[in-house]
Design a binder for this molecule. Structure first.
Ligand code: FAD
Ligand code: SIN
Length: 529
């Protein structure tokens, strides 16, 4: 089957939906999403969206906090434009129907999170992402120019490569013509031709054993773009959230929002002793890289499987009122957060790097844009400031939409791409080959490429990865295509990029810490571009 759309949007989180709403007046839009439309990382966002709303906050303060968190690797021009557009993008989310909490005076209630010098996080209790998705999906479903293909898995982007032409990374004339999309229910691969394609596929937390990310986060967009020879950057900067609920058999790990620390909860050892002052004067509200490493160190020193977050000294009614989801979740596993300390461990949470894009979300492949967690805009540098990612998605989807609308009239469909060839392939009936390899991959990454790294650990990880890479490629080449094999292959690809980029970084900076290179190297001017 073949299909033609003006705008192909891969992903239905905040990045995909907000882009779709903007371009829909200018042509037919098809959103492809591999699960139900609402099943996204966006839906699970708790803390909220950072934006400058009222004095005493200023753009300069938010810019400075973002630059400090990014550990000198953020692109100041990008930080500046993202933060100065924050108020406008938040107002737009509100116009689209998102309900953020207000105080009794009618102003928006602003939460505080690690690394922020002011309270500036707009939220909807502790379910901000679910509220944003509700509002955006409602708008999208009303729009007659937008079609959503749920449970459709994008396999690969279409480029000249599919005409048998050589394409190599760094070439300036690679074109994106759309994507091959698997409709798992029918088992058919659809060739979707598009004038413009947006990758909004989210992150890759599932490359680790413990993650806050939903199962959809398997790095598909980053891997697809890499295969299409787009430039990928900063993959070594994987953000571990310091506080996920310690509940070993639960996947994904349930997040205990940083906003709870902003509200007054304090990190403690299991002996109820505070420890963060040893690591940073901002204590429990230091940036995430510092807090996650401190917890990791304390766990290694004590041999304990978890540490604790103490909210028992806070006003009980306000605690339940502001964090109803966390209260209910903890209660369901026997923890009353008004009386008991919450057991917490760090978990893989956010991919700071990804598909390199410019200030209009343009990747290095023509007519291919990226926004949201799969994109590397230069905002986060070596470490993302809390609640800056929903903001980044809204800002870059807006900018990408603007650029794509300006260009689309001059772009023609490219019809010569052949349909997917499944001849000679056989059905892989041994799921164990995929599930066991996935466990091996996650174990390699968690044990050797986690919060603290070393040259030897990275080498060992790469050696082990090569074996499962070869086995999986072999299986992929022979098998009838399935979502499971594609996700495994994509995660192996992402793991490779994380390890290789970590090996190249001979220093410790932001989220990348190596015991062999504990110092920071001098920053080269304009190191990103
Ligand atoms: P997502 O929302 O993850 O959407 C990805 C979409 O791509 C999905 O629809 C998925 O089905 C689709 N997709 C992926 N691969 C394919 C494929 N091969 N084919 C078809 N479709 C595909 N950030 C903040 O700023 N504030 C917060 O408070 C916050 N809290 C968080 C809490 C949790 C538990 C988590 C996990 C993350 C949190 N983050 C937060 C991070 C933030 O939620 C994400 O970075 C952001 O939502 C990513 O949005 P996105 O649109 O890029 O991707
Ligand atoms: C949280 O609520 O702690 C997550 C915020 C984020 O990841 O930005």
């Amino acid at each position: 089957m073949r299909k033609k759309v003006d705008f192909l949007v891969i992903g239905s989180g905040i990045a995909g939906l907000s882009f779709a709403l903007k371009v829909a007046k200018h042509g037919k839009v098809c959103i492809v999403t591999k699960d139900k439309a609402e099943e996204t990382a966006t839906k699970y966002a708790q803390g909220g969206i950072a934006a400058v709303m009222y004095s005493p906050d200023t753009y300069e303060k938010h810019i400075s906090d973002t630059m400090i968190a990014g550990d000198d690797l953020s692109d100041e021009k990008i930080v500046r434009l993202t933060i100065t557009e924050s108020t406008e993008r938040v107002k737009e989310l509100i116009e689209w129907g998102t309900l953020f909490d207000k105080t009794e005076s009618g102003k928006y209630s602003l939460g505080r999170e690690g690394g922020h010098s002011e309270s500036r996080v707009l939220h909807h209790k502790d379910s901000t992402g679910a509220e944003i998705i509700r509002a955006l999906l409602h708008k999208v479903k009303e729009h007659t120019n937008i079609e959503i293909l749920e449970n459709h898995f994008t396999i690969d982007l279409l480029t000249q490569h599919h005409l048998g032409m050589g394409v190599s990374r760094g070439m300036s004339d690679i074109q994106c013509y759309g994507a091959y999309v698997l409709s798992p229910i029918k088992g058919e691969v659809i060739t979707i031709l598009s004038k413009v394609t947006l990758l909004a596929t989210g992150g890759a937390g599932n490359v680790y054993s413990t993650t806050t990310n939903p199962p959809i986060a398997s790095g598909d967009g980053t891997a697809m773009a890499y295969r299409a020879k787009a430039t990928i950057e900063n993959m070594e900067f994987v953000q571990f959230h310091p506080t996920s609920l310690y509940n070993p058999n639960e996947k994904p790990s349930f997040l205990i929002t940083e906003a709870l620390r902003g509200f007054g909860a304090v990190l403690k050892t299991r002996k109820e002793e505070e420890f963060m002052e040893k690591y940073d004067q901002r204590k429990s509200l230091a940036p995430r890289d510092i807090v996650a490493r401190a917890i990791d160190t304390e766990m290694k020193l004590s041999g304990h499987d978890y540490l604790c977050l103490d909210a028992t000294h806070l006003d009980k009614n306000q605690l339940i009122e502001n964090f109803p989801r966390i209260y209910a979740k903890c209660l369901s596993v026997g923890i009353d957060i008004t009386k008991d300390m919450i057991p917490v461990v760090p978990a893989a949470h956010y991919q700071c790097g990804g598909v390199k894009v410019d200030e209009y979300g343009r990747s290095t492949v023509n007519n291919l844009y990226a926004s949201g967690e799969c994109a590397s805009t230069g905002l986060h540098g070596a470490n993302r400031l809390a609640s800056n990612s929903l903001l980044e998605s809204a800002v870059f989807s807006h900018r990408a939409a603007k650029d794509a609308i300006d260009k689309i009239k001059a772009i023609e469909f490219f019809d010569r791409i052949p349909d997917w060839d499944a001849e000679g392939l056989i059905l892989n009936e041994e799921m164990i080959l995929i599930t066991q390899t996935m466990r091996e991959l996650q174990s390699i990454m968690s044990n050797y490429v986690g919060i603290v790294r070393s040259d030897l650990r990275l080498k060992r990880a790469l050696d082990r990865l090569e074996i499962i890479f070869r086995e999986t490629e072999d299986l992929y080449q022979k098998s009838i295509i399935s979502t499971h094999i594609c996700e495994l292959r994509n995660l192996i690809n992402v793991a490779y990029l994380i390890i290789k980029m970590a090996q190249l970084r001979k220093e410790s900076r932001g989220l990348h810490f190596s015991i062999d290179h504990p110092e920071k190297a001098p920053i080269k001017m304009n190191s990103r571009r």
